[in-house]
Design a protein around this ligand. Structure first.
Ligand code: VGL
Ligand code: ZN
Length: 245
């Protein structure tokens, strides 16, 4: 689904697109009701809305938003697994039909298990909890990236699931737009923001930055910042520091 840029926010109109000039894109990760005030609200969630809104208003060339967009009975929901506890863990495997469709070796499925945290039901397709948190709106963005749409596959990164079975159009969009710098904000810092930012560095195609003031995490330990930094993600602390860039 492509969205036309909003009239609320002026797109940068300096005429620079290529030839060594920066092309700045913003990725706003999962700023949805369930993660801010709903079933899987991150600590201090509502306080991130204003900084993110301010950042969206800056003159980026392109703005994208990801949405966690799960069917009912998604594999990441504790309610899907009998006898498992909320926030407990289980091992999940890539679905055979998708592995087959990708032409990958189906006999190796047993070796590709991943640890899955079992979450409360959240961001169910079409529900209020899956909407962007107000006052953010879909028409603030050039495109919306839906992820976690397959019932059997968890997808924290806005680029791909961990098995590379379902790839979103985000990489293609950023390449086509010749983006040189990708700025990431949103929730949750230790899950979808971290995985999206780390994946973004793997393409070696643009610089990847995360703006700390525009991020809140499930855990308040803050381990994700060192992990992202080690992967080559640039950390910008505040919105004012971002404005000076
Ligand atoms: C997320 C947990 C489950 C996230 C998504 O957006 O960080 N976290 N699904
Ligand atoms: Zn989810």
């Amino acid at each position: 689904m492509e969205h036309s840029p909003t009239s609320d926010y002026q797109s940068l109109n300096s005429g620079i697109t290529a030839g060594g000039n920066p092309v700045n894109a913003l990725l706003v990760v999962d700023m949805q009701v369930d993660f801010i005030t709903g079933s899987l609200a991150v600590p201090d969630g509502p306080s991130v809305v204003d900084p993110v809104k301010d950042i969206i208003g800056l003159p980026f060339h392109f703005r994208y938003a990801s949405k966690d967009w799960h069917p009912r009975g998604h594999i990441s929901f504790a309610s899907t697994h009998q006898g498992k506890e909320l926030f407990g863990k289980t091992t999940i495997y890539p679905p055979e039909d998708l592995v087959q469709a990708k032409g990958q070796d189906t006999s190796a499925i047993g070796e590709r298990g991943l640890e899955q945290v079992l979450w409360p039901d959240h961001c169910v397709q079409g529900t209020l909890g899956a909407r962007l948190i107000e006052p953010l709106r879909e028409d603030h963005f050039d495109a919306i990236i839906s992820k976690g749409v397959d019932p059997g596959v968890e997808c924290y990164s806005a680029f791909t699931d961990p098995w590379g079975l379902l790839i979103t159009n985000l990489e293609r969009l950023l390449r086509e737009r010749r983006v040189t710098d990708l700025y990431v904000v949103g929730v949750a810092g230790d899950y979808c923001v971290k995985e999206s930012a780390m994946d973004a560095t793997k393409f070696n195609a643009w610089n990847t930055w995360v703006v700390k003031e525009g991020v809140r995490s499930v855990s308040t330990e803050g381990k994700e910042w060192e992990t992202m930094k080690s992967a080559g993600v640039g950390i910008i602390n505040t919105v004012s520091q971002l404005k000076e860039k």
